[in-house]
Ligand binder design. Structure first.
Ligand code: BTN
Length: 291
């Protein structure tokens, strides 16, 4: 319990202003008991309001509904928003997946795009995606004790079902990267299985709701720590320790062809190396991997 007087002294605003702020927070879903002795926070909503991310609130942009966080983040990036800006939404009306697919974005999931302005050559930018998927799998494991794994190129799977997907977009001039935007969709408390039988969510796996705020904060903390100082040398080898793709028979579909083989390795750019039935090897830079 905190008294109105203490709040008013600490924040340097009148008790009437405090009361108005409390009313606003209550309208946003915060459960705050208000008695003559003061206020008590009972519960806060699982909404990623910027002030829930101390230290990065100026870079967090939360919107209940957007077309796609990729579109909003691209606009912001073109207008010069800072490195590590995050756009997060509760729902997307035109959520985008890889290879021009749709990404179902119902209430309950976590949908965000982070704007990066890395000082690295264009050729190294794919490693940022591998870093993001690796960090996300690790964060899910550490926070929730769920055995999340990475599937080439950047999916997160649990027990063979897709928990999260990742999409990236880059703009550069000559060899100078202007921005790399990484968009991540995680099925948290939504149930994607009706429309996507190969998908799952944290709630489906754990039989209870999971805190999206905690997941986002945990991911951003770990990801930002890895970006500063930026060292991408070990990313691919670390990623390999978390993958379910290597040493498995796979079918990889690209825009031009379908290739079947054993996934034997990744090269240092993240391209997948397949061993074909005739014993030769083939490198695949981008595509859809079925296993
Ligand atoms: C995939 O696996 O196909 C990638 C899915 C990426 C979805 C995320 S949700 C947040 C961001 N906004 C989008 O429209 N897409 C990405």
């Amino acid at each position: 319990m905190v008294s109105g007087e203490v709040l008013s002294d600490t924040l340097g605003i009148s008790r009437v202003s405090i009361w108005k702020h409390i009313r606003k927070l209550q309208a946003l879903g915060y459960r705050i008991d208000s008695t003559p002795k003061g206020y008590r926070l009972i519960d806060s909503p699982d909404a990623p309001f910027p002030w829930e991310f101390p230290g990065r609130e100026g870079r967090m942009h939360y919107m209940p509904e957007v077309t796609s966080t990729m579109a909003v983040a691209r606009d912001m990036a073109r207008k010069g928003c800072p490195h590590l800006t995050v756009v997060v939404a509760d729902r997307q009306t035109q959520g985008r997946g890889r290879l021009k697919r749709r990404w179902l974005s119902d209430q309950g999931g976590l949908y965000f795009t982070t704007v990066l302005r890395p000082e690295i050559p264009i050729a190294l930018t794919p490693r940022l995606n591998f870093l993001a998927s690796l960090v996300l799998a690790r964060t899910v494991q550490q926070l929730f004790h769920i055995d999340a794994r990475v599937k080439w190129p950047n999916d997160i799977l649990v027990k063979g079902k897709k928990l999260a997907g990742m999409l990236s977009e880059m703009e550069a001039e000559a060899d100078l990267v202007n921005f790399v935007n990484i968009g991540i969709g995680v099925n948290v408390n939504n149930d994607p299985t009706d429309k996507e039988p190969g998908a799952t969510s944290l709630k489906n796996l754990g039989g209870k709701s999971f805190p999206r705020k905690k997941l986002l904060a945990g991911f951003l903390d770990a990801f930002e720590k890895r970006l500063d100082p930026l060292s991408l040398d070990t990313v691919i080898s670390e990623w390999k320790r978390y993958t379910v793709t290597l040493n498995q028979p796979v079918r990889v579909v690209t825009r031009r062809e379908t290739t079947e083989g054993i996934a034997v390795d990744l090269d240092d750019t993240g391209a997948l190396i397949l061993r074909l039935p005739d014993g030769t090897q083939k490198k695949i830079v981008s595509g859809d991997c079925f296993q």
